[in-house]
Design a protein around this ligand. Structure first.
Ligand SMILES: Cc1cc2nc3c(=O)[nH]c(=O)nc-3n(C[C@H](O)[C@H](O)[C@H](O)COP(=O)(O)OP(=O)(O)OC[C@H]3O[C@@H](n4cnc5c(N)ncnc54)[C@H](O)[C@@H]3O)c2cc1C
Length: 452
């Protein structure tokens, strides 16, 4: 038997890769996963949406999460630029099931849990192994070449290769399929505070989204984590956050905190306990989710502005949709792009529902409270979107009434006419971020297939 031959090869062991590996292994497929890092490793993306519950259930992971120290999240709350706070949107207002509660997760621990769980389900998991390239026979992916920890190269073969390489997006970059959202481009600074303010009871686990001053195109996240740590980050227009403000990112970060009263008074109770991390984030989507012999999931397929914490949810949903398509491909012995990519229209509808809500938020003057004063019955629909129920029929009926308050965009592909836009930051943005002492900026996007 050729020990380098599997049913499925997964590249990348973040939430998308570990979930699909776990699901497929649990459901009887021979799976091998390659992750270039050795876990635990830092990653941003800590607030989950409650609909992740259903993927955790399929993975058999719920008990482990219930026993974990992760903080329980019951709601999301917004504050406007003047610091006026909305009523919390409790998920149990719309969902009468234990899935109405989710978790705020330290990603180093969460991703470690997921990758170990994939191994326990029977997937062969390699950490510290970099995928150098996907191997093709004509236009069909047939395997990968990897660099093992000792530097040697090896080839592995499978009927399906799954690209779950996150923003490195190996295959959509290779084929130049990435379409960048023309408006959603932000700079991000974030860090962690010890003993910052925490509300009592249910509200202690809420994600807070606090708008910064008008014209900044920005907001702070405030996410309570375990061990009295709180994740605090600002997302804003790069011109506002970086231009003409020098290279000291810690200084900029603390200046922004001073300007935002709702954040200032909360973090004043604690102390910063980590370095400043910086990211340039561009929303984008791949024109295709599959090719012959391969499938693309998670951030490797698309990334949407993090305002509603939809990234991990979408990664997990894509893992499930792709796993179903892969089973179908094996059942028909047909690994064509058409069969593997069969769910793209449904997926894009769901992502577009969320994207419209993102655009609404960035409309100057838009507030959920103002919208709900006129349309109180829409509250439940907003909660449905905030829990991540984006594939539900009719979930975007809300955008009729909402268009009175905010500009709602046409679908991404129509908007930019399917043109690939390079993911590279301007030289000025690069200089600023690259000169920062602590850097968490991955500028490999657009690089050739090497992945390193
Ligand atoms: C500022 C910001 C805030 C966010 N906040 C949230 C939030 O609150 N909630 C939320 O749900 N989401 C959030 N997100 C989004 C979230 O981080 C991502 O959507 C999520 O991590 C996607 O998971 P993934 O598995 O697709 O990719 P990743 O988690 O990035 O995993 C990809 C993995 O692939 C590995 N890899 C890459 N290339 C190779 C290679 N060649 N060989 C082997 N391995 C490779 C990487 O090491 C990595 O571990 C946020 C994102 C940003 C930028």
């Amino acid at each position: 038997m050729n020990t380098n031959k599997f049913d499925v090869i997964v590249m990348g062991g973040g939430p998308a890769g570990s979930s699909i590996a776990g699901i497929l292994a649990r459901e009887g497929r021979q799976v091998i996963l390659f992750e270039k890092e050795i876990f635990p490793r830092h990653h941003i993306g800590e607030s989950l949406m409650t609909d992740t519950y259903w993927t955790f259930r399929r993975l058999g992971l719920l008990e482990k999460l219930k026993q974990s120290p992760f903080v329980r999240k019951y709601s999301v709350q917004f504050a406007n630029a003047a610091g006026k706070e909305s009523r919390p949107f409790y998920f149990f207002e719309a969902v009468h099931h234990e899935s109405a509660v989710t978790w705020q997760v330290t990603r180093a621990q969460f991703d470690h849990l997921l990758i170990n769980h994939a191994a326990e389900q029977g997937a062969v998991v390699h950490q510290g192994v970099l995928v150098k390239q996907v191997l093709f026979e004509e236009d069909r992916a047939v395997g990968v070449e990897v660099q093992m920890q000792d530097g040697t190269r090896e080839k592995f073969y499978a009927s399906v290769v799954v690209d779950a390489t996150g923003q490195a997006a190996m295959l959509s970059n290779k084929f130049r399929w990435r379409v960048r959202d023309p408006k959603l481009k932000k700079a991000v600074l974030y860090s962690y505070f010890k003993d910052a303010h925490r509300e009592p009871d249910l509200n202690g686990g809420a994600t807070l989204v606090l708008r910064t001053e008008p014209g900044s195109g920005g907001w702070f996240w405030y996410i309570p984590l375990e061990n009295d740590i709180t994740s605090v980050g600002i997302v804003a227009n790069p011109d506002y956050l970086l231009k003409g403000r020098g290279q000291d990112l810690a200084k900029i970060f603390h200046e922004e905190i001073e300007k935002c009263e709702a954040v200032r008074r909360r973090v004043a109770e604690g102390t910063r306990a980590d370095k400043i991390y910086s990211i340039l984030d561009y929303s984008y989507r791949s024109k295709h989710n599959a090719g012959n012999g391969f499938i693309i999931i998670g951030d490797a397929y698309g990334f949407l502005d993090p305002i509603y914490s939809s990234g991990v949810l979408l990664a997990l949903k894509m893992a499930e949709l792709a796993a179903d398509a892969i089973h179908d491909a094996f059942n028909h012995n047909d690994f064509s792009a058409a069969r593997l990519g069969q769910y793209q229209a449904k997926l894009d509808r769901g992502i577009e529902s969320m994207r419209k809500l993102v655009y609404a938020f960035y409309n100057d003057g838009f507030s959920f409270s103002g919208f709900l004063r006129k349309y109180p019955d829409e509250r439940v629909h907003i909660i449905n979107l905030l829990i991540g129920d984006v594939f539900k029929e009719g979930v975007d009926s809300i955008y009729g009434p909402m268009s009175e308050f905010a500009e709602i965009p046409p679908p991404l592909y129509e908007q930019v006419d399917g043109t690939m836009v390079a993911q590279t930051p301007t030289p000025e943005e690069s200089d600023l971020l690259l000169s920062a002492k602590y850097l968490y900026y991955d500028d490999r996007a657009g690089a050739p297939e090497s992945g390193d």
